[in-house]
Design a protein around this ligand. Sequence first.
Ligand code: ARG
Length: 475
Amino acid sequence: MSEAMWGGRFAKTTDEMINDFQASISFDKRMYREDIAGSIAHATMLATCGIISGADRDAIIGGLKDILAKIENGEFSFDVALEDIHMNIEKRLTDAIGDAGARLHTARSRNDQVALDTHMYVRRETVEVLRLILDMQRALIETAKKNADVMMPGYTHLQRAQPILFAHHLLAYFSMLARDFERFRGVYARADIMPLGAGALAGTTFPIDRKMVADALHFDRIYTNSLDAVSDRDYIMEFLFAASILMVHLSRLSEETILWCSREFSFVELDDAHCTGSSMMPQTKNPDVSELVRGKTGRVAGHLMAMLMTVKGLPLAYNKDLQEDKEGVFDAIDTVKFSLAVYARILRGMKVRKDVMRRAVEEDFSNATDLADYLAKKGLPFRKAHAVAGEAVGYCIEKKKWLQDLSMDEFKKLSPLFDEDIREAILPETCVKNRDSLGGTSNAQVEAQLAAADALVAEEEKETDGLASKQVNVV
Ligand code: ARG
C-alpha cells in the first residue's frame, strides 16, 4: 500500500517526477487560511449534525489552530509528496491528533474543498482590489482638484483637437475605474457562492447541513447543483476578465504618462523617487512604473486566455486540468494590486506643467471648431462654416500665424459674418467654458463631475467596508 492519503488501492508509491509534476503545494499553500477556516466550519457542522463527536470536533479545531500558528510563524514545512495544501494540513493534523483528524474528511472531497478555498480566497482578494481601485479613484480626484484651472489640448489621432480641462481628462479615467469597480463587485457576487457539500461530484450520503457551513463562512448563496459546484470556474474567468480590462485602463493611462513626461510633450514631471536612470546615459529619467504597468497588462490578459482555454472542452465534473486555475489568477491578483497601488503613488507625486500645457493649447489650431461654431451660430450652415474655418487654418499656415493673430480685415475677407466678438469666441477659456453640454469639458460640467465622483467614492467606500467585514478570519 502507498503512503499517500489516497494510497489504499495503490501497490506502488508515486514516481517522484510524476509527483513533482502533479503537485500544487508550491502555489496553493497561499490558501492555508481559507483551508483551515473551511475545515473548522466543516468539522463544526459535522458535529452539530451528529456525524462526528463533540470531542473530535474540539480536537480538530484545536489542532487546526496549532497548524495555523505554525504556518504563520514559518514553522510548518510543506511536503511536496503530500501534493497540495489540503493534504499537507490534513496529514499534519492527523499526525498530531490521531483518529479525530482522520474523521475530518468525512462527507467531503478535495474537489469541493479546493473549490471552497478558492472561492474564499478570490472573494477576499476581490475586496482588496476594490479597495485599491477606490484609492486610485481618490488619487485621480485629488489630482483633478489640485489642477482645477489647468487646460490642455484634447487629442484625437494624437493630433491636438480641442482645448479641454486637464481635470476632465483625468475624470475620464475615474469613470473607467468606476466601471471596473462595478465589474469586480460582480466578480465578488459570483465568488460568494458556497460549493462545500458537493462531495466529489454527486453530494454525500451523510446528513450534512450546507446552510450551516455557508452561514459560518458568510456565504450569500449555496451552489444548487453539486456537479456545477465542483466544476465551476466562472468566477475565476470573470476575475481575470475584470482584471484584464482594469489593466488595459491603467495601460492607457501609462501610455499617456509616458508621452506626457517625454521632452516632446513635457506636460508632467514624475517624482524622482518614482523613476530610475540609465546605467550609461547620465541624463535619462525613465517612467519605469508606467512602462511596467503597460507591459504587465499583456500578462494578465494572457492568464484570461489560458483559463478560458483550460475550461473549454472539459467534461463535467472535476478534472485535474482545473488545478491550472490558480497560478494565473494568483499572479493576476498580485499584478493588479501592485499596479493600482503604485499608480496611485505616481499620480500623487506627479507635477503638472500648467504653462507648457497652456502653450500647447495656444500655439495651435485647437480652437478651429469654435471658429466654425461661431459662424454657424450667426446663421451659416455648419458644413459651410466648417469649410470657412478650414480655409482660415490653411491661410494661417501659409502666413505662419494662429487664428487668434488674424486681423479684423483678414477675418472679414474670410467671411463677412465675423465681428469683433470672434476674438473672445476663440480664446481657450471660451472654448472650454462653452462646451457646457452634459458630460462636456466646461468648468461647470467638470465641477459637477467632480461632485458626482466624490459622492460615488463615498458610496463605494461604504460598500467595500461592508464586504470587508464579511470576510472570515480564523483566530
Ligand atoms: N490540488 C487539487 C486542485 O488544485 C485539489 C483537488 C484534487 N482533487 C483530485 N481529485 N485530485 O485542483
